[in-house]
Design a protein around this ligand. Structure first.
Ligand code: C2E
Ligand code: MG
Ligand code: MG
Ligand code: MG
Length: 281
């Protein structure tokens, strides 16, 4: 009896394993098709300069508009894309489309804004990453000063020398670099000091933290950025209190639902034109 039960469990286990493997293959196939069939879309979220209240940049955030499942958020497919290697073509698609859209907006006479693009660590360490970025800039005609690449501390934790050299190559092209989700990784302050980075983005977990510790950490990151001569942006700003706090502590810029959720390209265009009309920009 015990033996039979064991065998049944084993079979159930094998069935569920092959079910999982099958699901993964299906997902991989669908995601590959999604990239080819242009089912991916970019949403844009504005960033506001706290000194003059103006829009100073936008972050491009990818979504998968699946015919079967509707709009799928990035956290549901980016980690998978990293595992199966599709992050490279996906990342190139994002980069090209963000640059194309920015260039198009400039040609349509909208104020030139820097566009920030998230780069996964695996994508950053692929061969020829800098070359692909350069090729995309040439192909789209976007001036490199309007591109910001968002990396996380993890890019430099393992291959420090290589990461620094690559970042230097990118900044030499005129591209800006931001460290995303700052404070959640494992990098050291001495490493941070060696990275050629323009901006630190305070992770939204500290901004949304209602305890005194969250505010204390946000304050520390602001003064750290100051002393390292870096620009500092707070992510996930949802309330007027958070806004006032960041103003008071001289954070450079903010991004969050208080200003706008991430919105589609056409919605963003309408949003920006309305702001310009009202003299706010
Ligand atoms: P992230 O780069 O830190 O982007 C900020 C995330 O916070 C976005 O989630 C945004 O919608 C959300 N957010 C913005 N304002 C607020 C706010 O006030 N409150 C709260 N609670 N959340 C806010 P989203 O779009 O779901 O993206 C999640 C993550 O997926 C991103 O985090 C980024 O790490 C990754 N991601 C998005 N697009 C790409 C991409 O094109 N490539 C790669 N490699 N990763 C991407
Ligand atoms: Mg980001
Ligand atoms: Mg991120
Ligand atoms: Mg972030």
């Amino acid at each position: 009896r015990a033996k039979e039960q064991g065998r049944n469990q084993m079979e159930a286990y094998q069935t569920s394993m092959s079910h999982k493997a099958h699901e993964r293959l299906k997902l991989e196939r669908n995601l590959r098709k999604a990239i080819e069939r242009e089912e991916l879309v970019l949403y844009y979220q504005p960033q506001i300069d706290l000194i003059n209240g103006r829009v100073c940049g936008i972050e491009a955030l990818v979504r998968w508009n699946s015919p079967e499942q509707g709009m799928i958020p990035p956290q549901q497919f980016i980690p998978f894309a990293e595992e199966c290697g599709l992050i490279v073509p996906l990342g190139n698609w994002v980069l090209r489309n963000a640059c194309l859209q920015s260039k198009r907006w400039q040609e349509e006479g909208l104020p030139a804004l820097q566009v920030a693009v998230n780069i996964s660590t695996l994508q950053f360490h692929q061969n020829h990453f800098a070359g692909s970025v350069q090729a995309i800039l040439e192909e789209t005609g976007l001036d490199p000063k309007y591109l910001c690449l968002e990396i996380t501390e993890s890019v430099a934790v393992q291959n420090q020398e290589q990461a620094i050299a690559l970042l230097e190559r990118l900044t030499t092209l005129g591209i800006s670099i931001a460290i995303d989700d700052f404070g959640t990784g494992y990098s050291s302050l001495s490493l941070l000091n060696k990275l050629p980075v323009h901006q630190i983005k305070i992770d939204k977990s500290f901004i949304g933290d209602k305890s005194p510790q969250g505010a204390q950490i946000a304050k520390s990151i602001i003064s750290l950025s100051r002393s390292l001569n870096m620009n500092v942006l707070a992510e996930g700003v949802e309330t007027q209190e958070q806004y006032n706090f960041l103003m008071e502590h001289q954070c450079d810029s903010i991004q969050g639902y208080l200003i706008s959720h991430p919105i589609s390209a056409s919605e963003f265009e309408i949003w920006l034109r309305a702001r310009i009309q009202s003299g706010e920009h």
